[in-house]
Design a protein. Structure first.
Length: 321
């Protein structure tokens, strides 16, 4: 007898990363629902076959959908992702990243969802770490309200696991880039630089350009999501037991990123070095050996991923002309 397809709910599933994740679930035979308020996501990002509901994750509509679908897995990508917005308006940040998140987790508890996948952030929860690449058990010292909400989400889920028996995984992403990316957040620099180069415009760089990030291609991130949807989980009750860094372990400076993209574009229109942004991390790089021990590995080199991303953005620009 054929088993009924698993029911998957992806919040924020019309966004950059969430849309790739929802598409991958669908392609492997799952039945997929997406909830997204389209504040940053796009309806056009969704492929045919995904069942879409436009709503805020903090709404009663979201809870009603969970009651109706009774998902086996909830993959929670919906978030306010801009660090600067969180600094300027912490309550706005918390409205989505704490209150909206709790609306979804309470829905999961109510219907007995088997596994909850939470998108945390390896780029902010560790602050300025002493060790790089940074392992999961490093101190959690977020330097922004956004980072505080992400680690708070993990603490909440640890409570739900201990008290209600909810299985969960926290994926601590490094800086994700790839097709469908909007020029928001720190990894959004890839889209920003690509758009500038397509317009033959110089690149604005804040600070000296030697700040580094761990850039991971979105298709590798998708593979991580599919893997942790199924792997056996063991918990010792600590916060890091079922948390996994998702990154390459390689640091790339903004200057090096600009060099590669200029080479792909075939032009060097110049650079405008500006005052560094206050509060910006100097370095961030993740140790993903724990996830690698469970069968994941980064398959895309930075050059390969940047070329595919640049070509996608260029094709989108041509289509808009």
């Amino acid at each position: 007898m054929n088993e009924e397809p698993r029911r998957i709910l992806v919040t924020g599933g019309a966004g950059f990363i969430g849309s790739h994740v929802s598409e991958a679930y669908l392609n492997r035979g799952d039945r997929v629902w997406v909830i997204d308020d389209l504040s940053s996501g796009k309806r056009d990002n969704l492929v045919d076959g995904v069942e879409f509901v436009r709503a805020d994750v903090g709404s009663e509509t979201a809870r009603d959908l969970i009651r109706e679908v009774r998902p086996h897995v909830i993959n929670h990508h919906a978030a306010q992702i801009d660090v600067r917005v969180s600094v300027d308006d912490p309550r706005r940040d918390a409205a989505t990243n704490v209150d909206g998140f709790l609306n979804i987790t309470e829905g999961a508890r109510e219907v007995g969802t088997r596994r909850f996948i939470f998108v945390s952030s390896g780029g902010v929860v560790y602050g300025e770490p002493e060790v790089r690449p940074t392992p999961e058990r490093a101190p959690k010292l977020p330097l922004s309200p956004y980072g505080v909400t992400k680690i708070a989400g993990e603490f909440y889920l640890n409570y739900y696991r201990g008290i209600h028996g909810m299985e969960y995984v926290a994926l601590r992403y490094s800086n994700v880039y790839g097709p469908r990316q909007d020029p928001h957040g720190e990894a959004g620099v890839v889209a920003i630089f690509s758009n500038r180069l397509l317009g033959n415009e110089g690149l604005a760089i804040f600070g000296d350009g030697e700040q580094t990030r761990d850039y991971v291609f979105v298709r590798d991130v998708v593979a991580a999501n599919l893997l942790v949807s199924d792997i056996p989980l063991e918990s010792d009750g600590t916060l890091d037991a079922t948390a996994f860094n998702v990154g390459t372990g390689q640091e790339t400076s903004v200057n090096r990123l600009a060099d590669i993209l200029e080479g792909i574009a075939g032009i060097r229109p110049g650079r405008d070095y500006r005052t560094a942004r206050p509060g910006e991390l100097r370095h961030s790089c993740l140790d993903a050996r724990k996830l690698q021990s469970r069968g994941w590995s980064s398959q895309w080199s930075l050059e390969e991923g940047l070329r595919e991303t640049y070509d996608y953005i260029a094709a989108q620009a041509r289509g808009a002309e």
